[in-house]
Design a protein around this ligand. Structure first.
Ligand SMILES: [Zn+2]
Ligand SMILES: [Zn+2]
Length: 439
């Protein structure tokens, strides 16, 4: 760690109470880009019988806080933007995936006995790429090291289908939705049920994350679970096995299609690539075999949740405002061409709904990074809320007498980042507010 900037620290100390400032910064859990807010919050007593607003129980004004602002975490999920918030996001994602596999956080433990698989869905080929590191030579005839910058880039960039590669990313979300519709149909068919009957017998729930392959194509990792008719709290029917689920996933993934646009007379249709990996997740009563453990799956998914296109493909972790910005950036030729293609397609009126310029840094993908069906488990929002409650308890205003309270608050955005001089202080603190995370 760099030595403390004495001048800045002493000017901070002159402002007031250094230990109090340390406490306030500590509550940010190490966030590198906290959001500063100006304003106030007043908690009043509320008489529930008369509806009258009573006396002030607690008053907070940002001016009175040690930093002079209320500071909240940026909650950015990307490691490259905020390591501390990305770590919180990773832990939350772990708990979200894990509770859907093992129970907990309001999900019954019985889900651990339901058929569950872990599946990876890839993009099709857009042209041959350097893709084989290790001892055997790549198809280009050369041996590549694991960290060779050529890996994932096209063998012949002039014939690589950049247009389809970007449009595929832009349609990956709709293609996933088509897949889930196909999947319900395929499961029902295997159980000898009509789709209408299926709803009374079983329910499919899932959680998925998007990851970028080196070549810049999005692929999905998903946990898919088969429950009884009311979700995780009801046992699945006798016919519902992990084998049946895996078989239905294979057929549904192969058959799913998303209609794309016609670009200069060329119609696009999108499907998943042939490389589909479906594995059964070990139940709590079955040890051994080649099956995955639920912990391994949750950890794997959580790890990918904090990465964007910048991690695998070497592109950008924030949107471009002008294409000219590209010139000054250290990017691979392949990433540059993908971004340029998205930018160029983004100028077309007929593709306006894909918002390709706004998502050029994501190589066209504008879907949510991690999504799940309602029945799968808890939500990131619920986990955040629980953490905020815990923090609130740490600095609890006096409990209201009877009746209820009314909170009146007004906050205005004051900026991003720590106040001057506080960076060193913040970096010297150990994040203190995330406790009990298992990942
Ligand atoms: Zn942050
Ligand atoms: Zn090669």
């Amino acid at each position: 760690m760099t030595p403390p900037p004495i001048v800045q620290i002493s000017s901070l100390a002159a402002l007031g109470n250094l230990p109090a400032l340390a406490r306030q910064l500590n509550g940010l859990g190490g966030c590198a880009q906290p959001i500063r807010l100006d304003g106030h919050r007043t908690t009043h007593h509320l008489d529930t019988t008369t509806g009258e607003i009573g006396g002030v129980l607690h008053h907070l004004n940002s001016r009175d806080l040690p930093a002079g602002h209320l500071m909240v975490r940026c909650n950015n999920r990307r490691t490259t933007r905020c390591p501390a918030c990305a770590e919180t996001y990773r832990r939350d994602t772990y708990h979200l995936i894990s509770s859907g596999l093992r129970g907990g956080k309001g999900v019954p433990e019985e889900v651990a006995d339901h058929p569950r698989v872990f599946a990876t869905f890839t993009a099709p080929s857009f042209g041959p790429v350097h893709n084989r590191p290790g001892e055997r030579p790549c198809r280009c005839g050369v041996r590549h090291d694991q960290d060779d910058a050529l890996l994932g880039s096209p063998i012949d960039p002039t014939t690589y289908d950049y247009e389809a590669a970007v449009l595929w990313n832009a349609h990956a979300g709709p293609l996933w939705r088509r897949f889930t519709i196909h999947l319900r149909r395929e499961i029902a068919k295997r159980a000898g049920l009509t789709q209408r009957e299926f709803r009374d017998h079983a329910r499919v729930s899932f959680a998925k994350v998007a990851e970028y392959q080196k070549r810049g194509a999005v692929h999905f990792h998903a946990v898919i679970r088969l429950d009884g008719p009311s979700g995780g709290s009801t046992p699945p029917p006798a016919w519902a096995t992990a084998e049946l689920l895996a078989d239905a996933i294979q057929t549904a993934a192969t058959g799913a299609r998303a209609a794309g646009p016609v670009v200069d007379g060329r119609p696009h249709t999108f499907a998943f690539g042939r490389q589909l990996d479906v594995r059964t997740i070990r139940s709590r009563h079955f040890e051994g075999g080649q099956n995955l453990t639920d912990r391994a799956v949750a950890a794997y998914i959580a790890k990918y949740a904090t990465k964007g296109a910048e991690a695998a493909t070497g592109t950008l972790d924030r949107p471009l405002r002008f294409i000219a910005e590209l010139a000054g950036l250290d990017l691979t030729d392949h990433a540059r061409r993908l971004i340029r293609t998205a930018w160029w397609l983004g100028a077309r009126k007929d593709l306006a709904d894909l918002r390709l310029r706004a998502w050029a840094h994501m190589l066209g993908f504008r879907g949510h990074f991690s999504t799940k069906s309602r029945q799968y488990s808890t939500t990131l929002g619920a986990l955040r809320e629980a953490r905020a409650d815990w923090r609130r308890d740490q600095a609890a205003p006096p409990a209201a007498p009877q009746g209820s309270t009314l909170v009146l608050a007004h906050w205005a955005y004051a900026g991003v980042g720590l106040p001057p001089g506080a960076e060193w202080l913040a970096a010297s603190l150990t994040p203190g507010s995330t406790k009990g995370a298992a990942a």
